[in-house]
Design a protein around this ligand. Structure first.
Ligand SMILES: *[C@@H]1O[C@H](CO)[C@@H](O)[C@H](O)[C@H]1NC(C)=O
Ligand SMILES: *[C@@H]1O[C@H](CO)[C@@H](O)[C@H](O)[C@H]1NC(C)=O
Length: 172
């Protein structure tokens, strides 16, 4: 019975894809409240991104163009009240320190794989193509890329961020 149970639990964990650690990670927040992990899947041309942030609200990543003027926004979280994860594919005109409200992309090119809240952290794992082909998305290229990050204390879409910052990331 125990063996069957253990096998079943391992199988469920595999299905949920939660046991696999991603190969790369970087602390984006100097205060240590926002970690991004990722793994490039060369066969499919996809990237898996995982955000672990010390908040019960939404989390967000901005993939900024090299000229620093435009950002592809991944906005996601886990809503405790509904018990489900959420994700949005947005974009915005970018200027450090100030930006206009994000605009939803007509083409949704980012998939929510898992979302959870385990106090004090929200963890979301998403997948997208490195280059989605959508004009409104920013391709993830080799070498250093400018990136923004933010999180809110609330899941409300219109709640302001509790913390935000700007970093450079070399995905591959
Ligand atoms: C994933 O990483 C965590 C923290 O570094 C570690 O405790 C855990 O054993 C790892 N899990 C797997 C399946 O490698
Ligand atoms: C919560 O997330 C922060 C930021 O990524 C991380 O440093 C910390 O280890 C996490 N805590 C737990 C209990 O997982």
């Amino acid at each position: 019975m125990m063996k069957v149970l253990i096998a079943l639990v391992s199988l469920l964990a595999l299905c949920a894809g939660q046991l696999t650690n991603l190969t790369n990670s970087q602390e984006l927040d100097p205060a240590g409240n926002f970690r991004l992990s990722w793994e490039v899947l060369p066969e499919s041309g996809d990237i898996v991104l995982e955000i672990q942030a010390k908040t019960a609200g939404w989390v967000s990543l901005e993939i900024v163009t090299d000229d620093g003027k435009y950002a592809d926004v991944i906005f996601a979280g886990f809503n405790d009240e509904t018990g489900s994860g959420y994700i949005e594919d947005w974009s915005l005109e970018w200027t450090p320190g100030a930006h206009l409200l994000p605009i939803p992309d007509a083409s949704k090119d980012v998939i929510l794989q898992t979302a959870s809240f385990s106090s004090p952290n929200t963890t979301v794992r998403v997948k997208r193509s490195l280059n989605t082909g959508d004009y409104y998305d920013v391709p993830i290229h080799s070498g250093q890329m400018p990136m923004g990050w933010s999180y809110s204390a609330s899941d409300a879409y219109d709640s302001v961020h509790a913390a935000a910052g700007f970093v450079y990331i070399t995905f591959f």
